[in-house]
Structures are given as structure tokens and as C-alpha cells.
Write a new protein. Structure first.
Ligand code: URA
Length: 209
């Protein structure tokens, strides 16, 4: 069963407070999301395998460690997921970035793919799928399904804030996917917004409304 990890590092929690605040404008919001994405990337990569190597210091030869060549991929779900990519690349600059875009069909209410461009070797990569808000879980679940159809076998889902409903949906549809959150909020309201949440993440990131 996939694990749900709330990353309760004090810096993440502190910055999330300002991200939630309605008075935080677009520039500060974007910068804070970027910083939290970096901090979350630090936590989510905690268990990457290392290999022992030798390094010549100015003093002697030393045993040291380097990442054991695990290939990573970051997959933002469009559009709001884009706001988390640069922050993650700060720490894992060699990661490849794929993009998945989905919209909700107004008649069937089902998510439909409108864009998908992925690294050619996704089956060999550990993928971190990012979307700031895990609300109903509909688009995240559809994105994970799509990625599996394209060959992905090893995925984590990383979100700033989730509603319990979204977490349950992912656990049900994708029990193989671990979830990493900045916060697990109370509920969804009748308009599909996370409560207390932060409002519309895409609009706040890009200054649209
Ligand atoms: N998407 C958002 O941007 N915010 C929510 O609260 C729910 C979904």
C-alpha cells in the first residue's frame, strides 16, 4: 500500500503559511512555492542509493559517496505543477522533465489528455509527479494511469497540499505510489477547493483570474 508522508520540516511549514495567506502576491507566492519545492525535493530524495568511490583531497585519498546513478524524472501536471519544477531542479539538475496536461470533459467529467511529452526512457527512471493541489485526486490519478500506460513503473506523487478525498483516491487507484505532502488539509468544499487550502494554485502562480 502506498505511504502518505507529510513533510513537516519547520521551514516547509513556515513557508506554507505564507503561501496560504491571501495577502501574498504573485511574485512572493511563486518564490515561496519554488523554495518549498526545493525543500520537498530534499526530503523526497532522502533514500536515493549511494555508491562508494574514492576522491583525492588535497591531503590524501578518501572513501566518499556519490549518487548511484539512479535516473530521475520530474513530471509536472499542467498548469500549476510547472511552479514546482525549477525549485526541484535546484537540487536535482540532471533530472529530465516531462509534461502531462489533462482537462476535464464537461460532459463525462472524466480527465482527458491534451498534452503529453515525456523523456524517452521513463521506464528506467524514478519519476516524481508534481501538482501543488491534490483535491479530488481525479487529475493526479489520471496522470499516473497515463504514465503507467507510457511505461512508467516507479513513481512518487508530490503535492503542497492535499484533501483527504484526494489521498484516498490515489491510495485506491495507485497503491504502488507513495505520496509526499507539505500538508494534509481538512476537506474539499462544494466548489472542489481544498479547505483551508490556498485558493487556486494556478491562478496565484501565474497571476490569472
Ligand atoms: N486546485 C487548486 O488550485 N486549488 C484547490 O483548492 C483545489 C484544486
Amino acid at each position: 500500500m502506498g505511504q502518505v508522508n507529510v513533510l513537516d520540516h519547520p521551514l516547509i511549514q513556515h513557508k506554507l503559511t505564507y503561501i496560504r495567506d491571501y495577502r501574498t502576491g504573485t511574485k512572493a507566492f511563486r518564490e515561496l512555492v519554488d523554495e518549498v519545492a526545493t525543500l520537498m525535493a530534499f526530503e523526497i530524495t532522502r533514500n536515493l542509493p549511494l555508491e562508494e568511490i574514492e576522491v583525492e583531497t588535497p591531503v590524501c585519498t578518501a572513501k566518499a559517496y556519490q549518487l548511484a546513478g539512479k535516473k530521475l524524472g520530474i513530471i509536472p501536471i499542467l498548469r500549476a505543477g510547472l511552479g514546482m519544477v525549477d525549485g526541484m531542479l535546484n537540487l536535482i539538475p540532471a533530472a529530465k522533465v516531462g509534461h502531462v496536461g489533462l482537462y476535464r470533459d464537461p460532459e463525462t467529467l472524466k480527465p482527458v489528455e491534451y498534452y503529453c511529452k515525456l523523456p524517452s526512457d521513463i521506464q528506467e527512471r524514478e519519476l516524481i509527479v508534481v501538482d501543488p493541489m491534490l483535491a479530488t485526486g481525479g487529475s493526479a490519478s489520471a496522470a499516473l494511469t497515463l504514465l503507467k500506460q507510457k511505461g512508467a513503473v516507479n513513481m512518487k506523487l508530490m503535492c503542497l497540499i492535499a484533501a483527504p478525498e484526494g489521498v484516498e483516491q490515489i491510495k485506491e487507484d495507485h497503491p504502488d505510489v507513495d505520496i509526499y505532502l507539505g500538508a494534509l488539509d481538512e476537506k474539499l468544499n462544494d466548489h472542489g477547493y481544498i479547505v483551508p487550502g490556498l485558493g487556486d494554485a494556478g491562478d496565484r502562480l501565474f497571476g490569472t483570474k
